[in-house]
Design a protein around this ligand. Sequence first.
Ligand code: BTN
Length: 325
Amino acid sequence: MRDLILKALQQEERVSGEQLGKSLNISRTAVWKHVNELRKLGYTIDSSPRLGYSFISSTGLLLPEEISHGLDTRIIGKNIVYREEATSTQDVAEEMARNGAEDGTVVICERQTKGRGRKGRSWESPPLHGVYISIILRPSLRPTRVPQVPLVAGVATSRAIKRVTPLQPRIKWPNDIIIGGKKAGGILTEMSSEVDRVNYILLGIGVNVNTRTSLFPEPTRSIATSLAEQCGENVSRVKFVQCLLADMEAVYSQFLSSGFDAIREEWKALNNTIGSRVKVSSGDEELEGEALDIDREGFLLVRKENGDVSRVVSGDVMLTHRLSS
Ligand code: BTN
């Protein structure tokens, strides 16, 4: 009911408690109670005894009511779970997935106390400026195809950034979001599977939207950036999350129906890795060479000094220098 009242207030310039109550089949007192709850959440709503209610401003928080308003997705974000604080959205999502949460459920929080990145690293997650979300996915995919999902998410995240800012994000294989040579976002994919089937995937996406990365500790500070730092002004986090969920649904549906081939060219157009000299650490191994391409499964092909080509399934890439433009 609270979201319906919010929607109605956002649509009308002014509306009386009586009109609102009639259209939603509740009493004026019930409307008044819901409006007060919305105020407690941080919405500014004006009221005058003669003219009724008028919506003034939103909370700036990533509340489900805010995100859902105008979000037109079929699966991703149909169910949004919000926490002011969590150890990690991945932890919340995992518990929900184990308890049967539906495909496309999104967990959002304002602050993570133990945000995690790939390869056991931590993810700086200060309150209210960044976006930290996990999406529960339940695809009918062979587990061997799951490494393609973060590449899909990298394309969706880049599309969303391009829609809300004038920036041109690039992707460092497999899925670091790079802007102005620094990292603005990252993607962490965790899953539960059996040998031949995926139970669920937890797709964690972190983007420094309005974050002041100068406050990060070193060494993160030197390699991190945010959308606001790169474009010189704050970006609406609500708008960004709405675009991200919609773009994720579009790219992911295409991937499920037509395979990774359908996404590969867009990923390649966005990437900054192919054509560079790279150092790749993958498990205990390190290899150096020229990044030639990604194959049809999304793995990185690297030509080593001796001319052999290695196919890298997962790893961390350091670009040493660019060989071609
Ligand atoms: C990386 O580049 O190392 C991946 C970073 C992923 C960070 C996101 S923030 C939301 C989700 N919850 C986490 O704890 N991590 C991911």
